[in-house]
Ligand binder design. Structure first.
Ligand code: ATP
Ligand code: MN
Length: 478
Protein backbone atom coordinates (compact mmCIF):
# COMPACT_ATOMS: atom_id res chain seq x y z
CA UNK A 1 0.00 0.00 0.00
CA UNK A 2 1.22 3.51 -0.89
CA UNK A 3 2.57 5.62 1.96
CA UNK A 4 0.43 8.64 2.84
CA UNK A 5 2.11 11.87 3.98
CA UNK A 6 1.19 12.81 7.53
CA UNK A 7 0.49 16.40 6.50
CA UNK A 8 -2.19 15.13 4.11
CA UNK A 9 -3.54 12.51 6.52
CA UNK A 10 -4.19 15.19 9.14
CA UNK A 11 -6.40 17.03 6.65
CA UNK A 12 -8.31 13.95 5.50
CA UNK A 13 -11.83 13.30 6.74
CA UNK A 14 -11.85 10.02 8.70
CA UNK A 15 -14.09 7.32 7.22
CA UNK A 16 -12.47 4.17 8.54
CA UNK A 17 -10.35 3.99 5.40
CA UNK A 18 -7.20 1.90 5.47
CA UNK A 19 -3.92 3.84 5.25
CA UNK A 20 -0.20 3.27 5.58
CA UNK A 21 2.07 5.86 7.18
CA UNK A 22 5.81 5.77 7.84
CA UNK A 23 8.00 7.97 9.94
CA UNK A 24 9.98 8.45 13.13
CA UNK A 25 8.56 8.09 16.63
CA UNK A 26 8.51 11.37 18.51
CA UNK A 27 7.06 9.86 21.69
CA UNK A 28 5.30 6.75 22.97
CA UNK A 29 2.89 7.14 25.86
CA UNK A 30 1.34 4.48 28.13
CA UNK A 31 2.41 1.68 25.76
CA UNK A 32 -0.52 2.87 23.69
CA UNK A 33 -0.12 6.20 21.87
CA UNK A 34 2.62 6.88 19.33
CA UNK A 35 3.25 10.44 18.13
CA UNK A 36 4.53 9.83 14.61
CA UNK A 37 6.34 12.40 12.45
CA UNK A 38 7.52 12.17 8.84
CA UNK A 39 8.84 15.72 8.38
CA UNK A 40 5.96 16.90 6.18
CA UNK A 41 4.65 19.00 9.09
CA UNK A 42 5.48 19.64 12.72
CA UNK A 43 2.14 18.15 13.70
CA UNK A 44 2.42 14.52 14.70
CA UNK A 45 -0.06 11.84 13.79
CA UNK A 46 -1.41 9.88 16.75
CA UNK A 47 -1.19 6.14 16.25
CA UNK A 48 -3.10 3.95 18.70
CA UNK A 49 -1.52 0.49 18.96
CA UNK A 50 -4.02 -1.10 21.35
CA UNK A 51 -5.58 -3.42 18.77
CA UNK A 52 -2.44 -4.33 16.84
CA UNK A 53 -1.65 -7.22 19.21
CA UNK A 54 1.99 -6.24 19.59
CA UNK A 55 4.30 -8.43 21.61
CA UNK A 56 6.03 -7.11 24.72
CA UNK A 57 9.28 -7.19 22.78
CA UNK A 58 7.97 -5.07 19.89
CA UNK A 59 6.46 -2.54 22.28
CA UNK A 60 9.92 -2.07 23.83
CA UNK A 61 11.36 -1.25 20.43
CA UNK A 62 9.00 1.69 19.89
CA UNK A 63 11.42 4.30 21.18
CA UNK A 64 12.10 7.94 20.37
CA UNK A 65 13.37 8.26 16.78
CA UNK A 66 12.88 4.61 15.89
CA UNK A 67 11.49 4.40 12.35
CA UNK A 68 8.26 2.50 11.83
CA UNK A 69 5.67 1.64 9.23
CA UNK A 70 2.04 1.55 10.32
CA UNK A 71 -1.02 0.25 8.52
CA UNK A 72 -4.41 0.83 10.06
CA UNK A 73 -7.71 2.67 9.83
CA UNK A 74 -8.18 6.41 9.94
CA UNK A 75 -10.77 7.34 12.53
CA UNK A 76 -12.03 10.44 14.27
CA UNK A 77 -9.96 10.90 17.40
CA UNK A 78 -11.57 10.34 20.77
CA UNK A 79 -8.82 12.21 22.55
CA UNK A 80 -8.10 15.90 22.79
CA UNK A 81 -5.50 17.66 20.65
CA UNK A 82 -6.13 16.00 17.30
CA UNK A 83 -8.98 15.52 14.88
CA UNK A 84 -7.94 12.16 13.44
CA UNK A 85 -5.88 9.23 14.57
CA UNK A 86 -4.82 5.87 13.18
CA UNK A 87 -6.00 2.68 14.77
CA UNK A 88 -3.03 0.44 13.98
CA UNK A 89 -3.53 -3.07 12.62
CA UNK A 90 0.16 -3.71 11.99
CA UNK A 91 3.25 -1.93 13.23
CA UNK A 92 6.56 -2.79 11.63
CA UNK A 93 9.83 -1.56 13.11
CA UNK A 94 12.04 -0.39 10.23
CA UNK A 95 15.00 0.82 12.28
CA UNK A 96 15.66 0.70 16.02
CA UNK A 97 16.91 3.67 18.00
CA UNK A 98 18.64 2.94 21.29
CA UNK A 99 17.13 5.39 23.81
CA UNK A 100 20.28 5.31 25.96
CA UNK A 101 22.45 6.39 23.07
CA UNK A 102 20.16 8.67 21.06
CA UNK A 103 21.65 12.15 21.56
CA UNK A 104 18.48 14.15 21.02
CA UNK A 105 16.23 13.91 24.03
CA UNK A 106 13.50 16.42 23.27
CA UNK A 107 12.22 16.54 26.83
CA UNK A 108 15.09 18.66 28.12
CA UNK A 109 14.96 21.31 25.36
CA UNK A 110 18.37 21.13 23.74
CA UNK A 111 20.05 24.50 23.07
CA UNK A 112 20.63 25.73 19.52
CA UNK A 113 24.37 25.59 20.19
CA UNK A 114 24.17 21.92 21.15
CA UNK A 115 21.99 21.17 18.12
CA UNK A 116 24.70 22.62 15.85
CA UNK A 117 27.01 19.89 17.16
CA UNK A 118 24.49 17.25 16.14
CA UNK A 119 23.40 18.96 12.91
CA UNK A 120 22.89 15.53 11.33
CA UNK A 121 19.95 14.98 13.69
CA UNK A 122 18.60 18.48 14.23
CA UNK A 123 16.31 18.17 11.19
CA UNK A 124 14.18 16.02 13.50
CA UNK A 125 13.29 18.88 15.83
CA UNK A 126 10.27 21.14 15.41
CA UNK A 127 12.42 24.25 15.12
CA UNK A 128 14.58 22.92 12.31
CA UNK A 129 11.63 21.22 10.64
CA UNK A 130 9.98 24.63 10.37
CA UNK A 131 13.19 26.42 9.33
CA UNK A 132 14.01 24.03 6.50
CA UNK A 133 10.47 23.83 5.15
CA UNK A 134 10.49 27.64 5.04
CA UNK A 135 13.91 27.69 3.38
CA UNK A 136 12.50 25.38 0.72
CA UNK A 137 9.40 27.56 0.22
CA UNK A 138 11.52 30.70 -0.13
CA UNK A 139 13.81 29.08 -2.72
CA UNK A 140 10.78 27.99 -4.72
CA UNK A 141 9.18 31.45 -4.44
CA UNK A 142 12.35 33.08 -5.79
CA UNK A 143 12.31 30.93 -8.91
CA UNK A 144 8.56 31.50 -9.28
CA UNK A 145 8.96 35.28 -9.05
CA UNK A 146 11.63 35.48 -11.75
CA UNK A 147 9.94 32.93 -13.95
CA UNK A 148 6.69 34.93 -13.90
CA UNK A 149 8.65 38.03 -14.86
CA UNK A 150 10.31 36.34 -17.85
CA UNK A 151 13.83 36.19 -16.42
CA UNK A 152 16.27 33.52 -17.60
CA UNK A 153 17.91 31.38 -14.90
CA UNK A 154 21.65 31.25 -15.68
CA UNK A 155 24.16 28.92 -14.04
CA UNK A 156 27.39 30.82 -13.56
CA UNK A 157 30.62 28.93 -12.80
CA UNK A 158 31.62 27.84 -9.30
CA UNK A 159 35.31 27.75 -10.21
CA UNK A 160 36.65 31.00 -11.65
CA UNK A 161 39.93 32.78 -12.17
CA UNK A 162 38.54 36.16 -11.22
CA UNK A 163 37.81 37.72 -7.87
CA UNK A 164 34.72 39.79 -8.68
CA UNK A 165 35.17 42.34 -5.97
CA UNK A 166 38.93 42.37 -5.87
CA UNK A 167 38.49 41.82 -2.15
CA UNK A 168 40.83 38.84 -2.04
CA UNK A 169 38.68 36.76 0.28
CA UNK A 170 38.81 33.73 -1.98
CA UNK A 171 39.43 30.02 -1.52
CA UNK A 172 42.04 28.60 -3.86
CA UNK A 173 41.20 25.66 -6.08
CA UNK A 174 44.22 23.56 -6.96
CA UNK A 175 45.39 20.02 -7.46
CA UNK A 176 49.06 20.82 -7.03
CA UNK A 177 50.99 18.67 -4.58
CA UNK A 178 51.03 20.82 -1.45
CA UNK A 179 54.19 19.16 -0.16
CA UNK A 180 56.04 19.79 -3.38
CA UNK A 181 54.85 23.00 -5.01
CA UNK A 182 56.38 23.81 -8.42
CA UNK A 183 58.23 27.16 -8.54
CA UNK A 184 58.96 29.56 -11.40
CA UNK A 185 62.16 31.60 -12.04
CA UNK A 186 61.04 34.16 -9.46
CA UNK A 187 60.57 31.38 -6.86
CA UNK A 188 56.83 31.95 -6.82
CA UNK A 189 54.38 29.08 -7.05
CA UNK A 190 54.10 28.16 -10.72
CA UNK A 191 50.38 27.99 -11.36
CA UNK A 192 51.08 27.28 -15.04
CA UNK A 193 51.57 23.71 -13.86
CA UNK A 194 48.28 23.71 -11.98
CA UNK A 195 45.12 22.02 -13.27
CA UNK A 196 43.79 25.06 -15.15
CA UNK A 197 47.21 26.37 -16.18
CA UNK A 198 46.59 29.39 -13.95
CA UNK A 199 45.53 30.21 -10.41
CA UNK A 200 41.85 29.50 -9.78
CA UNK A 201 39.43 30.02 -6.91
CA UNK A 202 35.87 29.39 -5.77
CA UNK A 203 33.51 32.12 -6.93
CA UNK A 204 32.65 35.00 -4.59
CA UNK A 205 29.83 36.18 -6.88
CA UNK A 206 28.29 35.28 -10.23
CA UNK A 207 27.75 38.90 -11.15
CA UNK A 208 30.41 39.44 -13.80
CA UNK A 209 29.30 36.39 -15.78
CA UNK A 210 25.67 37.37 -15.09
CA UNK A 211 26.31 40.71 -16.78
CA UNK A 212 27.53 38.90 -19.90
CA UNK A 213 24.26 36.98 -20.10
CA UNK A 214 22.15 40.10 -19.46
CA UNK A 215 23.83 41.67 -22.49
CA UNK A 216 22.03 39.09 -24.64
CA UNK A 217 18.92 37.97 -22.74
CA UNK A 218 18.12 41.35 -21.11
CA UNK A 219 16.83 39.88 -17.83
CA UNK A 220 18.64 37.06 -16.06
CA UNK A 221 19.25 35.79 -12.55
CA UNK A 222 21.56 33.33 -10.86
CA UNK A 223 20.87 31.40 -7.66
CA UNK A 224 23.84 29.42 -6.48
CA UNK A 225 26.50 28.90 -3.84
CA UNK A 226 29.23 31.49 -3.27
CA UNK A 227 32.32 31.25 -1.12
CA UNK A 228 34.16 33.81 0.93
CA UNK A 229 37.17 33.15 3.12
CA UNK A 230 36.24 35.98 5.43
CA UNK A 231 37.50 35.49 8.90
CA UNK A 232 34.59 37.36 10.42
CA UNK A 233 33.01 35.14 13.01
CA UNK A 234 29.62 36.87 13.09
CA UNK A 235 26.02 35.62 13.31
CA UNK A 236 25.52 36.89 9.74
CA UNK A 237 28.51 35.53 7.79
CA UNK A 238 29.16 32.08 6.34
CA UNK A 239 32.13 30.88 4.30
CA UNK A 240 29.67 29.12 1.99
CA UNK A 241 26.36 30.82 1.31
CA UNK A 242 23.74 30.99 -1.41
CA UNK A 243 23.13 34.14 -3.36
CA UNK A 244 20.44 35.33 -5.76
CA UNK A 245 21.85 37.72 -8.35
CA UNK A 246 19.55 39.26 -10.97
CA UNK A 247 21.05 41.43 -13.70
CA UNK A 248 18.89 43.58 -15.96
CA UNK A 249 19.75 45.40 -19.18
CA UNK A 250 18.04 48.77 -19.69
CA UNK A 251 17.59 49.20 -15.91
CA UNK A 252 18.71 52.18 -13.87
CA UNK A 253 19.13 52.29 -10.10
CA UNK A 254 15.47 53.15 -9.46
CA UNK A 255 14.28 50.19 -11.53
CA UNK A 256 16.77 48.07 -9.62
CA UNK A 257 15.43 49.18 -6.23
CA UNK A 258 11.83 48.61 -7.34
CA UNK A 259 12.65 45.07 -8.44
CA UNK A 260 14.50 44.22 -5.22
CA UNK A 261 11.66 45.55 -3.07
CA UNK A 262 9.08 43.63 -5.15
CA UNK A 263 11.10 40.43 -4.89
CA UNK A 264 11.49 40.63 -1.12
CA UNK A 265 7.80 41.36 -0.58
CA UNK A 266 6.74 38.64 -3.01
CA UNK A 267 8.73 35.87 -1.35
CA UNK A 268 7.74 36.92 2.18
CA UNK A 269 4.09 36.96 1.11
CA UNK A 270 4.52 33.56 -0.52
CA UNK A 271 5.86 32.10 2.72
CA UNK A 272 3.00 33.63 4.70
CA UNK A 273 0.41 32.30 2.26
CA UNK A 274 1.85 28.79 2.08
CA UNK A 275 3.74 28.08 5.30
CA UNK A 276 1.88 29.97 7.99
CA UNK A 277 1.87 27.00 10.36
CA UNK A 278 5.66 26.95 10.44
CA UNK A 279 5.87 30.73 10.74
CA UNK A 280 3.44 30.65 13.66
CA UNK A 281 5.54 28.02 15.37
CA UNK A 282 8.74 30.06 14.91
CA UNK A 283 7.00 33.26 15.99
CA UNK A 284 6.09 31.62 19.30
CA UNK A 285 9.58 30.19 19.63
CA UNK A 286 11.06 33.66 19.23
CA UNK A 287 8.68 35.20 21.75
CA UNK A 288 9.66 32.48 24.24
CA UNK A 289 13.35 33.03 23.57
CA UNK A 290 13.01 36.77 24.04
CA UNK A 291 11.48 36.29 27.47
CA UNK A 292 15.00 35.39 28.62
CA UNK A 293 16.19 38.86 27.66
CA UNK A 294 15.79 42.05 29.69
CA UNK A 295 12.64 43.98 28.77
CA UNK A 296 14.45 46.76 26.89
CA UNK A 297 16.22 44.32 24.59
CA UNK A 298 13.08 42.50 23.51
CA UNK A 299 11.70 43.43 20.12
CA UNK A 300 8.46 45.38 20.10
CA UNK A 301 6.96 43.21 17.36
CA UNK A 302 6.41 39.47 17.09
CA UNK A 303 7.86 37.67 14.07
CA UNK A 304 4.51 37.66 12.29
CA UNK A 305 4.04 41.36 12.97
CA UNK A 306 7.52 42.06 11.62
CA UNK A 307 6.80 40.20 8.39
CA UNK A 308 3.45 41.98 7.94
CA UNK A 309 5.08 45.29 8.70
CA UNK A 310 7.62 44.69 5.98
CA UNK A 311 4.87 43.96 3.46
CA UNK A 312 2.77 46.98 4.41
CA UNK A 313 5.47 49.65 4.22
CA UNK A 314 7.45 51.19 1.41
CA UNK A 315 11.15 50.79 2.05
CA UNK A 316 12.68 54.15 2.95
CA UNK A 317 15.11 55.33 0.26
CA UNK A 318 17.91 57.61 1.48
CA UNK A 319 21.36 58.53 0.25
CA UNK A 320 24.50 57.55 2.09
CA UNK A 321 25.19 61.26 2.67
CA UNK A 322 21.78 61.77 4.34
CA UNK A 323 22.35 58.65 6.44
CA UNK A 324 25.73 59.92 7.66
CA UNK A 325 24.09 63.19 8.75
CA UNK A 326 21.40 61.28 10.64
CA UNK A 327 23.96 59.05 12.35
CA UNK A 328 26.38 61.86 13.18
CA UNK A 329 23.64 63.98 14.72
CA UNK A 330 22.00 61.10 16.59
CA UNK A 331 21.93 61.03 20.38
CA UNK A 332 23.38 57.54 20.11
CA UNK A 333 26.51 58.98 18.48
CA UNK A 334 26.72 61.96 20.80
CA UNK A 335 26.47 59.72 23.86
CA UNK A 336 29.17 57.50 22.31
CA UNK A 337 26.94 54.45 22.30
CA UNK A 338 28.28 53.25 18.94
CA UNK A 339 31.39 51.14 19.08
CA UNK A 340 32.52 52.96 15.92
CA UNK A 341 31.64 56.66 16.18
CA UNK A 342 30.44 58.40 13.03
CA UNK A 343 32.48 61.54 12.50
CA UNK A 344 33.18 61.99 8.85
CA UNK A 345 31.75 61.43 5.42
CA UNK A 346 33.39 58.53 3.63
CA UNK A 347 33.52 55.88 6.36
CA UNK A 348 32.01 52.46 5.73
CA UNK A 349 28.89 51.76 7.78
CA UNK A 350 29.10 49.06 10.43
CA UNK A 351 26.29 46.69 11.20
CA UNK A 352 25.45 48.73 14.35
CA UNK A 353 24.91 51.85 12.19
CA UNK A 354 22.76 49.99 9.68
CA UNK A 355 20.62 48.58 12.46
CA UNK A 356 20.29 51.97 14.14
CA UNK A 357 18.92 53.47 10.93
CA UNK A 358 16.44 50.64 10.42
CA UNK A 359 15.39 49.79 13.95
CA UNK A 360 15.63 53.10 15.79
CA UNK A 361 15.44 55.92 13.26
CA UNK A 362 13.21 54.91 10.33
CA UNK A 363 11.68 51.82 11.94
CA UNK A 364 11.29 50.11 8.58
CA UNK A 365 13.48 48.60 5.87
CA UNK A 366 15.85 51.17 4.37
CA UNK A 367 17.55 51.40 0.99
CA UNK A 368 20.78 53.39 1.12
CA UNK A 369 22.06 54.75 -2.19
CA UNK A 370 24.98 56.66 -3.66
CA UNK A 371 27.86 55.49 -1.51
CA UNK A 372 31.38 56.96 -1.67
CA UNK A 373 33.20 55.31 -4.58
CA UNK A 374 36.16 54.45 -2.37
CA UNK A 375 34.24 51.90 -0.30
CA UNK A 376 32.52 50.22 -3.26
CA UNK A 377 33.48 47.91 -6.14
CA UNK A 378 35.02 49.06 -9.42
CA UNK A 379 32.02 48.24 -11.62
CA UNK A 380 29.53 50.62 -10.03
CA UNK A 381 28.33 53.55 -12.14
CA UNK A 382 30.07 56.81 -11.30
CA UNK A 383 27.99 59.84 -10.42
CA UNK A 384 28.75 63.27 -11.85
CA UNK A 385 29.98 64.53 -8.46
CA UNK A 386 33.16 62.50 -8.90
CA UNK A 387 32.81 61.16 -5.34
CA UNK A 388 29.90 58.73 -5.25
CA UNK A 389 28.61 55.73 -7.19
CA UNK A 390 25.10 54.43 -8.02
CA UNK A 391 25.17 51.77 -5.31
CA UNK A 392 22.28 50.55 -3.20
CA UNK A 393 22.21 48.44 -0.05
CA UNK A 394 18.95 47.22 1.47
CA UNK A 395 18.98 47.11 5.26
CA UNK A 396 16.55 44.96 7.25
CA UNK A 397 15.63 44.95 10.94
CA UNK A 398 17.68 42.50 12.99
CA UNK A 399 19.87 41.69 9.98
CA UNK A 400 21.52 44.82 8.62
CA UNK A 401 22.52 44.42 4.97
CA UNK A 402 20.39 41.87 3.12
CA UNK A 403 20.91 43.12 -0.45
CA UNK A 404 23.88 44.83 -2.11
CA UNK A 405 23.57 46.14 -5.65
CA UNK A 406 24.21 48.93 -8.13
CA UNK A 407 23.72 50.37 -11.53
CA UNK A 408 26.79 49.24 -13.45
CA UNK A 409 29.30 51.47 -15.23
CA UNK A 410 28.47 50.94 -18.89
CA UNK A 411 30.94 53.55 -20.27
CA UNK A 412 34.15 51.78 -21.33
CA UNK A 413 36.51 54.66 -20.69
CA UNK A 414 35.20 55.44 -17.22
CA UNK A 415 35.26 51.77 -16.29
CA UNK A 416 38.83 51.24 -17.48
CA UNK A 417 40.07 54.32 -15.66
CA UNK A 418 38.46 53.17 -12.43
CA UNK A 419 39.89 49.67 -12.77
CA UNK A 420 43.40 51.06 -13.19
CA UNK A 421 42.94 53.31 -10.15
CA UNK A 422 41.89 50.29 -8.10
CA UNK A 423 44.58 47.94 -9.47
CA UNK A 424 42.07 45.58 -11.07
CA UNK A 425 43.84 43.68 -13.90
CA UNK A 426 42.28 45.14 -17.05
CA UNK A 427 43.82 42.53 -19.39
CA UNK A 428 42.51 39.58 -17.40
CA UNK A 429 38.97 40.91 -17.57
CA UNK A 430 39.10 41.48 -21.34
CA UNK A 431 35.89 39.47 -21.75
CA UNK A 432 34.04 41.63 -19.22
CA UNK A 433 35.16 44.82 -20.95
CA UNK A 434 34.05 43.45 -24.32
CA UNK A 435 30.42 43.94 -23.26
CA UNK A 436 31.19 47.66 -23.08
CA UNK A 437 32.80 47.52 -26.52
CA UNK A 438 30.05 45.68 -28.36
CA UNK A 439 26.61 47.15 -27.78
CA UNK A 440 26.91 48.42 -24.23
CA UNK A 441 23.67 49.48 -22.49
CA UNK A 442 22.75 50.92 -19.10
CA UNK A 443 22.16 48.01 -16.75
CA UNK A 444 21.85 47.16 -13.08
CA UNK A 445 21.66 44.25 -10.69
CA UNK A 446 21.97 43.13 -7.10
CA UNK A 447 22.89 40.26 -4.81
CA UNK A 448 20.46 38.96 -2.22
CA UNK A 449 22.02 36.75 0.44
CA UNK A 450 19.66 33.77 0.69
CA UNK A 451 20.53 32.84 4.29
CA UNK A 452 19.98 36.42 5.43
CA UNK A 453 16.52 36.25 3.88
CA UNK A 454 15.83 32.95 5.62
CA UNK A 455 17.04 34.50 8.90
CA UNK A 456 14.53 37.31 8.54
CA UNK A 457 11.57 35.11 7.67
CA UNK A 458 12.25 32.48 10.35
CA UNK A 459 13.21 34.93 13.10
CA UNK A 460 16.31 32.85 13.85
CA UNK A 461 19.21 34.92 15.09
CA UNK A 462 22.29 32.98 13.97
CA UNK A 463 22.98 32.27 10.30
CA UNK A 464 24.39 28.86 11.30
CA UNK A 465 20.82 27.82 12.10
CA UNK A 466 19.30 28.47 8.67
CA UNK A 467 21.68 26.42 6.49
CA UNK A 468 21.84 22.66 6.96
CA UNK A 469 25.58 22.26 7.41
CA UNK A 470 27.24 25.63 8.01
CA UNK A 471 30.79 26.32 6.87
CA UNK A 472 32.50 28.85 9.13
CA UNK A 473 36.07 29.40 10.35
CA UNK A 474 37.29 26.19 12.03
CA UNK A 475 34.11 24.32 11.26
CA UNK A 476 33.56 21.93 8.39
CA UNK A 477 31.89 18.97 10.14
CA UNK A 478 29.36 16.83 8.29
P1 ATP B 1 28.63 42.39 4.53
O1 ATP B 1 29.02 43.85 4.59
O2 ATP B 1 27.47 42.04 5.39
O3 ATP B 1 29.81 41.48 4.68
P2 ATP B 1 28.95 42.51 1.69
O4 ATP B 1 28.95 43.98 1.44
O5 ATP B 1 30.24 41.80 1.72
O6 ATP B 1 28.11 42.18 3.03
P3 ATP B 1 27.96 41.82 -0.94
O7 ATP B 1 29.31 41.54 -1.45
O8 ATP B 1 27.26 43.03 -1.43
O9 ATP B 1 27.96 41.81 0.66
O10 ATP B 1 27.05 40.52 -1.15
C1 ATP B 1 25.65 40.58 -1.44
C2 ATP B 1 24.82 39.95 -0.34
O11 ATP B 1 25.28 38.66 0.01
C3 ATP B 1 24.85 40.71 0.97
O12 ATP B 1 23.94 41.78 0.95
C4 ATP B 1 24.45 39.65 1.97
O13 ATP B 1 23.05 39.47 1.97
C5 ATP B 1 25.07 38.41 1.40
N1 ATP B 1 26.35 38.05 2.02
C6 ATP B 1 27.57 38.65 1.83
N2 ATP B 1 28.54 38.03 2.51
C7 ATP B 1 27.93 36.99 3.15
C8 ATP B 1 28.42 35.95 4.01
N3 ATP B 1 29.70 35.84 4.30
N4 ATP B 1 27.53 35.05 4.48
C9 ATP B 1 26.22 35.13 4.16
N5 ATP B 1 25.71 36.08 3.36
C10 ATP B 1 26.55 37.01 2.85
MN1 MN C 1 31.35 41.07 3.36
Amino acid sequence: MKRARIKDVLKTSPQNQEITVKGWVRSFRNNMFIALNDGSTNNNLQVVVEQAGLSEETLKRITTSASISVTGTLIASQGKGQVVEVQAKTVEILGDSDPDKYPLQLKNKPSLEYLREIAHLRFRTNTFGAVFRLRNALAFAIHKFFNEKGFLYIHTPIITASDAEGAGETFHVTNLDMMNLPKNEKSEIDFKQDFFGRAANLTVSGQLEGELAAMAFSDIYTFGPTFRAENSNTPRHLAEFWMIEPEMAFFDLNDNMDLAEDLLKYVIRYAMDNNMEDIEFLSQRLTEEEKQKPQNERSELTLIEKLKFCLDNNFERVTYTEAIDILRDSNHNKKKKFQYLVNEWGVDLQSEHERYLVEKHFKKPVILTDYPKNIKAFYMRQNDDGKTVRAMDILFPGIGEIVGGSQREERLEKLETRMKEMNIPVEELWWYLDTRRFGTVPHAGFGLGFERLVLFVTGMTNIRDVIAFPRTPNNCEF
